[in-house]
Design a protein around this ligand. Sequence first.
Ligand code: 13P
Length: 257
Amino acid sequence: MNRRYRKTVIAGNWKMNLTLTETQTFAEELRPLLSRSKWCDVVLCVPAINIPNAVRLFKNTRVAIAAQNVHYEDHGAFTGELSARMLREQGVKYVIIGHSERRQYYNETDFTVNRKVHAALAEGINPIVCVGESLEQRELGVTLEHITYQVKAALSGVPAEKVRKIILAYEPIWAIGTGKTATTQQAEEVCQAIRTVVRKLYDARIARAVTIQYGGSMNTKNAAELLAQPDVDGGLIGGASLKAADFAEIINAANQE
Ligand code: 13P
């Protein structure tokens, strides 16, 4: 973290978990635990159907509500999809784009990721763009090349004044839902490399200002150590964001001096 130059953002990605009833319980449990959070922004990426209720439940708290996906067109014959404007009108502030699960199961490509980034920015929604290597890519030694390609593709055509609105989330695929976390060195190495890509594409000031998260089995035990890395500016948390007490503990880890 480096709070002098950029925001620390702790985001929970609920994926296809927590019903409306469970969301209500979570909100009741989290609210009293949030009072101590001072430094970091908090985001919850909830299932789309629960967005309006989540916005209402977290009104007047530090928690911003996010979507887990968005379509790149602004309207049209795209059965089952949601546009950035629809999300914005419901109070959505962030949207996850290019999560590895969507790349793997729903045909998300670097091209659609880039189009979605532009669509979200056009509506003033902050994209949380996920990048990450597979185990095979890590073992082949091509992690940084792969990440560089993904970041460049995602940012293609994004003007300098909009880059700060984007959060880049490094999520090694082999660490997601596996209980296998990247070491602090691995997380820092890739997050630093991502910042270098941004610097080369834009400039040092923009690179310094951009928030880069780590995601992949981040939990109450390893969060503080990961967040202590200079280029890890937050977390994108799956499993450990489903329990209010655990999520609050990670937020507090990001709020340490
Ligand atoms: P886990 O924290 O469950 O590994 O999930 C990480 C993730 O994919 C967040 O987007």
